[in-house]
Write a protein that binds this ligand. Structure first.
Ligand code: ASP
Ligand code: MG
Length: 409
């Protein structure tokens, strides 16, 4: 049995015409001899509407089981509509809610993790002649029998997890863009669509805000080696294959430029340069839930040093409060707390960096030619990030895109 998992996002099932278009995309695959597991999101904007309704009746917190039981229902509408549409053109199909399979999750409501998926019913139905199993994305069931949801954008994760559990050949993710681009085409018109991108690169891109795929879905695909194709349900185009690094012969040194717009930084001056100080600073920040990203500290001969870190701008006030409180309680000591808002992070990403020298030099040279100052630098094996003033973000992305020749990939 040849099994293909196909996922359709909110805009791909936004109305009846779009659902009919999806029906036809699936019907093409059936003609190619596949059995299809189709995972669907709620019709576009439906989840937001449900969240808004929950707020209007006074939902107290997002871990309320009733909240999940409500916001998961958008997916049930689209999965049943799609199954009806397929049956109406004589393609045998049936829908499943997450709990019916079941898709078992932990009980962390509104952001649950999948623990186990039973695919027996789908397999038996295929053996009995069903061609398409339509599954509501985004939802599962926890141990006590309550419905859970997998976090915003969680249908991607449902689809990849089902593909892994049922040992599907591939997971095709249909959305409203034609694939993964070297950068945001709204900023750089001649950004190119990548034919292939490795899981690792995609993870860096996804977590840096190129939000085509839920990060957790990419992690899962990497772990289970499920190739993902990102495709456009509005246009018949080749799309991008997200796959294992070994399947990419021509490794790009740089495959893409990702960015995050709303960054800020804090500097603590004249802190003591001795063991345990960093732990004392970052402890209160972690307890306040601040997402710290880049950190710089250097050691000195004076016994005093500065530490600088970045966090999303909307978390800056919480971070400042946490640090000041820790100072009041004499947990940390520093001279001044300097804040710097209106920053942005720009990152170049590529698996080829692992084996090529000179990438950092080229990045810094390019930024210096544009007179862009770098506040903080951080690196990983396949990524180089800089924190710069937000007003230079677009200029930085464009000039780096040109410097690394990404328009010709
Ligand atoms: N409908 C859910 C959301 O809007 C899940 C998804 O679309 O993937 O977040
Ligand atoms: Mg999505």
């Amino acid at each position: 049995m040849k099994i293909l998992t196909m996922k359709f996002g909110g805009t791909s099932v936004a109305d009846i015409d779009r659902i009919k278009a999806v029906r036809d995309i699936i019907s093409d695959e059936i003609r190619g001899g596949w059995n299809v597991v189709a995972v669907v999101s709620a019709m576009s904007k439906e989840t937001n509407k449900l969240i808004d309704l929950a707020k209007q009746v006074g939902v107290e917190n997002l871990v309320d089981p009733e909240y999940d039981s409500l916001i998961s229902t958008g997916e049930d509408v689209s999965s049943s509509l799609l199954a009806i549409a397929l049956n109406s053109i004589k393609i045998s199909s049936r829908s499943w809610r997450g709990w019916q399979l079941p898709i078992r999750t932990d009980s962390f409501h509104s952001n649950a993790k999948i623990e186990e998926i039973t695919t027996d019913q789908i397999i038996s139905s295929f053996k009995e002649g069903v061609k398409v199993a339509v599954v509501s994305g985004f939802q599962g069931i926890e141990q006590a029998g309550r419905i859970t949801t997998l976090g915003r954008g969680g249908s991607d994760t449902s689809a990849v997890a089902i593909a892994a559990a049922i040992d599907a050949e591939r997971c095709d993710i249909y959305t409203d863009v034609s694939g993964i681009y070297t950068t945001d085409p709204r900023i750089k018109k001649n950004a190119s669509k990548l034919k292939k991108i490795s899981f690792e690169e995609m993870l860096e891109m996804a977590s840096l805000g190129a939000n085509v795929l839920q990060t957790r879905a990419v992690e899962l695909a990497m772990r289970h080696k499920v190739p993902i194709r990102v495709l456009n349900s509005f246009l018949k185009e080749e799309g991008t294959l997200v796959c294992d690094e070994e399947e990419i012969m021509e490794k790009n040194i740089v495959s893409g430029i990702a960015f995050q717009k709303n960054e800020s930084q804090l500097t603590l001056t004249n802190i003591e340069d001795k063991p345990g100080v960093a732990a004392k600073i970052f402890g209160p920040l972690a307890s306040s839930g601040v997402n710290i990203d880049m950190i710089v500290q250097s050691n000195t001969e004076t016994g005093l040093t500065n530490i600088t870190f970045s966090c999303p701008e909307d978390e800056l006030d919480i971070a400042k409060k946490a640090i000041s409180k820790a100072k009041e309680k004499n947990v940390v000591s520093y001279e001044r707390l300097i804040e710097n808002k209106n920053l942005a992070k720009v990152s170049i990403i590529g698996i080829g960096m692992k084996t090529h020298a000179g990438v950092a030099q080229k990045m810094f040279e390019t930024l210096s030619q544009e007179n862009i100052n770098i506040n903080v630098i951080s690196t990983s094996e396949i990524k180089l990030s800089v924190l710069i003033e937000r007003k230079y973000l677009e200029l930085a992305v464009r000039s780096l895109h040109d410097a690394f020749g990404l328009q010709n990939l």
